[in-house]
Design a protein around this ligand. Structure first.
Ligand code: AMP
Ligand code: GLY
Length: 462
């Protein structure tokens, strides 16, 4: 059922979504809110999918979206790049978009939120200053120190020689990080001093462009990683369910780092007691320190944690956005309408929002990647069997795909996130893996051991 905006006009009220919702609550009909999701990955497909399950959402647009968002009901792709702020602003104004949800870090770091807010648009995602928490590792480290957040010991360098001398003095293993955004490729966990020094030379030699003009060198943490995606309106901060990504390309967590090859949720390593510590020792002090710096941070604060063998949380990094693939495993467990949560953040009402409701279940997402990823890989290969995969009960989120002449083609390194929800981890993992053989594209690669740490655990009793 569609209502023209004129339905909502009264002498004293403008046709904002507030009035639309008021109208809805009076007349009991759903779906008038229009959302624009910025980005084209699996995360954005999952955001669009989850937002469309929020009863008040009528339509989602994705700029630029992917093959999955192109074929989803009530979803439409808009051919605008994530850096085309002017085009995105014009589209949002013309369509009467009620909320812009920004997926990736690059437009946030470039100030998309600041730009769109100036046009009185509602934007979920921090401003440029807030996005520095991901865009500059040196800045994030200084913030963590000021906030007293537990993290690896580190030092920042602007030239290769002192950095190499520091590494020689510290010894290996040691971690070398380009300061800026490097599409997930700027981190080297070095097993030897030579490897660390080569990474320093590569960064200062221009491998990551301006992102490598400063280098952060860190103590190597050991333990298990966990991802905490926390919603915040700049005052209140609330974690979503914890998840665990699988960063390495190879089974047994071997080989090169990737954007993430699979994930499960809720990660049992983050017990309720540990989550309380993370809230008190990481999330609250970080948001308080951002506030002290006059940074009005509304969006996701993503803490990438190492849980040490002693059970202590240490921050590996902060990101200023939803994780990918984490979002693909976390959102299918969400019962509370995602729209309510995002609006509560944007409007500074998170403290009033009732407790988030989750399914009592587990989820697993297995990434199917192009042959050669995370190195170079072919694009444009036809993908078959997607409908059969969905018919098994799995949710297939598209990451690197495009629809061309009614054919779904590969269009990126991570192609699909095959996701399933089950009563136990074993169920969810088995369901995701059962869907995979129905999907074919040339050279498809996936890890066969996603969830190996929790395979035998029931999420409700662990
Ligand atoms: P990032 O690109 O910052 O997400 O880092 C990529 C990955 O490098 C992380 O997920 C960790 O697996 C690893 N890493 C980064 N910093 C450290 C550290 N200090 N100790 C151990 N591993 C790290
Ligand atoms: N999965 C890791 C990330 O989103 O950065």
């Amino acid at each position: 059922m569609e209502f023209p905006d004129s339905c909502f006009l009264t002498p004293n009220l403008s046709p904002t979504w507030h009035n639309k919702l008021l109208f809805l609550s009076q007349f009991g009909v759903g779906g008038v809110v229009k959302i624009l999701v910025v980005g084209n990955g699996g995360r954005e497909h999952a955001l669009a999918w989850s937002l469309l399950r929020s009863p008040q959402v009528e339509q989602v647009f994705c700029a630029p979206g992917n093959g999955g968002t192109a074929v989803m009901n009530r979803c439409q792709n808009i051919p605008l790049t994530v850096e085309d702020f002017a085009g995105i602003g014009q589209f949002a104004q013309a369509q009467g978009i009620d909320l812009v949800v920004v997926g990736p870090e690059v437009p946030l770091a470039l100030g998309i939120t600041d730009f769109l807010q100036q046009q009185n648009l509602k934007v979920f995602g921090p401003t440029r200053l807030g996005a520095a928490i991901e865009a500059s590792k040196a800045w994030a480290k200084a913030l963590m120190q000021a906030a007293g957040v537990p993290t690896a010991r580190s030092a920042v360098f602007t030239a290769a020689e002192p950095a190499k001398a520091y590494v020689a003095a510290q010894g290996a293993p040691i971690v070398v990080k380009a300061n800026g955004l490097a599409a997930g490729k700027g981190v080297t966990v070095a097993d030897s001093v030579e490897m660390a020094q080569a990474a320093i030379d590569a960064a200062f030699g221009g491998q990551f462009g301006a992102a490598g003009e400063q280098v952060v060198i860190e103590e190597c943490l050991i333990g298990q990683e966990a991802s905490i995606l926390a919603l915040t309106d700049g005052q209140t901060i609330r974690p979503l369910l914890p998840s665990q990504d699988h960063k390495r390309i190879g089974e047994g967590d071997t080989g090169a780092n990737t954007g993430g090859m699979g994930v499960y949720a809720p990660a049992p390593i983050v017990t309720p007691a540990l989550m309380q510590r993370i809230q008190a020792e990481v999330l609250e002090p970080t948001i308080a320190t951002l506030r002290q710096r006059q940074i009005d941070y509304r969006g996701i604060l993503y803490a990438g944690l190492m849980i040490t063998p002693q059970g202590d949380p240490k921050v590996i990094e902060f990101n200023c956005r939803f994780g990918d693939p984490e979002t693909q495993a976390v959102l299918p467990l969400l019962e509370t309408p995602l729209l309510d949560l995002l609006l509560a953040c944007v409007e500074g009402r998170l403290a009033e929002q009732p407790a988030i409701i989750w399914k009592s279940a587990a989820s697993a997402c297995v990434v199917m990647a192009s042959a050669g990823y995370p190195g170079s890989y072919p694009k444009g290969l036809p993908i078959q069997g997607l409908e059969q995969a969905e018919a098994t009960g799995a949710i297939v989120f598209h990451a690197g795909t495009k629809l061309e002449n009614n054919t779904m083609l590969t269009d990126g390194g991570r192609v699909l996130g095959v996701t399933a929800v089950g009563q136990t981890f074993a169920d969810a993992i088995a369901k995701a893996y059962a869907a995979i053989p129905t999907i074919q594209f040339a050279g498809a690669y996936y890890r066969r051991d996603i969830g190996h740490r929790v395979q035998s655990l029931d999420p409700l009793t662990s």
